[in-house]
Design a protein around this ligand. Structure first.
Ligand code: 13P
Length: 246
């Protein structure tokens, strides 16, 4: 049985007081025992939340380097040392605003795995890609480094998040059947390269304007194992409703 996961990506939102209030409310909530709940607060707050017991804490990013003269960055080893075990990598906002290449993202994945953390690897096509009908090719190429260079035992440690760029923060959600088609494509691509057993073990999350009004339908799809939630994760009631949507 694959893990059901709901992860909240707070992005660059909330001052410390508001972040602590939201954290406390989520930390004291009751969750279905079969759902893993992860939050990714801004990195400046990670250390103060890393003692959470009811929630898993993720970083929103990590450096591809292990240490040294990289002003403003932090490493996988540092995240591990403050008890973090998850980090998002390859988010489209990092790919677009920080020019992150597939190679850089792969280095981040490797660094996280080498240091005992679980990468939440994001992929997804732009609106132009979808309008040109090349969404599967684009996602395939974003996946190629991890599929060509990781062993099956490393790949099985990953969480994959499919986030169509045109659905992020826009209010436009992928139709559940379109999201399912991409999730199934990702799983089949993994099965063809490795084995069905490996592909069946990897949780694939959907992200992009996921909210209480659409999460149930999305999560009912065969290959959608949960969500990576942006805006709706900033409100504890909405986030809880999504966690309870399976
Ligand atoms: P929204 O839920 O705000 O569309 O953001 C999705 C996302 O980018 C999560 O990483």
């Amino acid at each position: 049985m694959r893990k059901k996961i709901v992860a909240g990506n707070w992005k660059m939102n909330l001052n410390k007081l508001d972040a602590v209030e939201l954290f406390k409310s989520l930390e004291s909530s009751v969750y279905p025992p079969d759902v893993e709940v992860i939050i990714a607060p801004p990195s400046i707050y990670l250390d103060s939340f890393s003692n959470a017991s009811n929630l898993k804490i993720a970083s929103q990013d990590v450096s591809q380097n292990s240490n040294g003269a990289y002003t403003g960055e932090f490493s996988s080893e540092m995240l591990f040392s403050i008890n973090l075990r998850f980090a998002i990598v390859g988010h489209s906002e990092r790919r677009v605003f920080h020019n992150e290449s597939d190679e850089m993202i792969f280095n981040k994945v490797k660094s996280l795995l080498n240091n005992g953390l679980t990468p939440i690897f994001c992929c997804g096509e732009s609106l132009d890609d979808r309008n040109n009908g090349i969404q599967f090719d684009v996602v395939n190429s974003q996946l190629s480094n991890i599929l060509n260079n990781l062993s099956s035992s490393d790949l099985e440690k990953l969480i994959i998040a499919y986030e169509p760029v045109w659905a992020i923060g826009t209010g436009l959600t992928a139709e559940p059947s379109d999201a399912q088609a991409m999730h199934s494509y990702i799983r089949n691509t993994i099965a063809n390269k490795f084995t069905t057993k490996t592909s069946e073990q990897i949780s694939i999350l959907y992200g992009g304007s996921c909210k209480p009004a659409n999460s149930k339908e999305l999560f009912s799809m065969k290959d959608i194992d949960g969500g990576l939630i942006g805006g709706a994760s900033l409100d504890s009631n909405s986030f809880l409703a999504i966690v309870n949507s399976f």
